[in-house]
Design a protein around this ligand. Sequence first.
Ligand code: I3S
Length: 130
Amino acid sequence: GNSPESQHYSSLEKAGILNKTKVAENGKRLRKNWAQSWTVLHDGILTFHKDPKYTPAGMSTKSNQIVPEYTVELKGATLSWASKEKSSKKNVLELKTRHGSEYLIQYDTDSIIHDWKKIISDTIKLLHDH
Ligand code: I3S
């Protein structure tokens, strides 16, 4: 069926472009650095890839190679809408890992950010239940 209970988290997969910035690591605040990111959800892991604009072509054999920047384990993470104090942008999600890293995730188009919110939340719930 389609209920979250009958769905295995590994079936929850999605990829697309989002804006993201890491804002904390191990509980320590980091300076924001908003950048577009090719974002992939697979096997309970969210991977943000480097903006190809800032990936030196010389570092890889293929100039358009997709290079992971952050991999985020969703097990034990929390996701919520960010408060106005966290960012002046619209549609900002706050993702906190169980290891004390925090990311802001943003996209202007409501339907796109809502789809990501749902699939990330469903994944977190399924990882928690299993
Ligand atoms: O939380 P902040 O410091 O207001 O975040 C803004 C800064 O990261 C800013 O960069 P500079 O520190 O180089 O000025 C960014 O350009 C802004 O986008 C950040 O604020 P928003 O509200 O867009 O998340």
